[in-house]
Design a binder for this molecule. Structure first.
Ligand code: ZN
Ligand code: ZN
Length: 215
């Protein structure tokens, strides 16, 4: 499967009109499904970035909102006209019109082949993360990691050994917890990006709008 960062605090691919902004969104393409994980803050920026990356919003079949902060769900209203056949997985009932199925997530569950949500993880803000089974092992995709990166990594092990993590780490700084991972891609709100890169130069993967990660 292929991940494309479509909304982030930084731009990875320069010169093609991609915009950075505080927030996070990542599109996941499998051979069968198109899933959008979070929607950034501003729907216009989200749509601009998708267009520049040749991603068609009409193809989105599932949306997962990690948590109910504006920098993760803010793009939804602008996106909603494109979502006539879309399932939305979030931690609260969803008031949007025109959406066929709203799934209010509590327990871990499968979203589609090789993709599961951790279900509601308790934290200062409750959050869900995705567990992705790639060709080389299991990965975690997180929004802000408010429940804590260690908690998320621990919970995610239910689908297998975790080899990588992608997403916002917030103020996480117990860097030894990342030691065994083969892919560390801190995005968005990660406060200690530089420290993580310094400690794990081999496994650190830069994030930013336009970055593609093959799992
Ligand atoms: Zn955030
Ligand atoms: Zn947040």
């Amino acid at each position: 499967m292929r991940l494309t960062i479509v909304y982030d605090n930084e731009v990875f691919m320069q010169g093609i009109g991609l915009q950075s902004d505080w927030g996070f969104a990542c599109q996941i393409n499998t051979s069968k499904d198109t899933i959008l994980f979070d929607t950034g803050t501003n729907g216009d920026i989200l749509l601009n970035n998708m267009e520049k990356l040749h991603l068609n919003p009409y193809e989105i079949r599932k949306i997962v909102i990690s948590h109910e902060h504006n920098d993760h769900n803010g793009g939804l209203p602008v996106l909603s006209p494109f979502l006539t056949t879309c399932d939305i997985y979030r931690l609260k009932p969803n008031p949007l019109n025109g959406v066929l199925r709203n799934i209010c997530v509590e327990k871990p569950q499968q979203i589609c082949e090789n993709i599961w949500t951790t279900g509601r993880l308790k934290g200062p803000i409750d959050e869900q993360a995705l567990m992705l089974k790639g060709r080389n092992g299991c990965y975690v995709l997180t929004g802000c990691s408010h429940p804590g990166v260690e908690t998320i990594l621990h919970e995610a092990q239910q689908v297998g050994d975790i080899v990588g993590i992608i997403g916002g780490f917030h103020g996480f700084h117990s860097l030894s917890a990342l030691e065994k991972l083969k892919c560390i891609c801190p995005c968005h709100c990660t406060k200690y990006k530089r420290e993580i890169r310094k400690r794990y130069p081999q496994t650190y993967t830069a994030c930013g709008v336009g970055q593609h990660i093959e799992l």
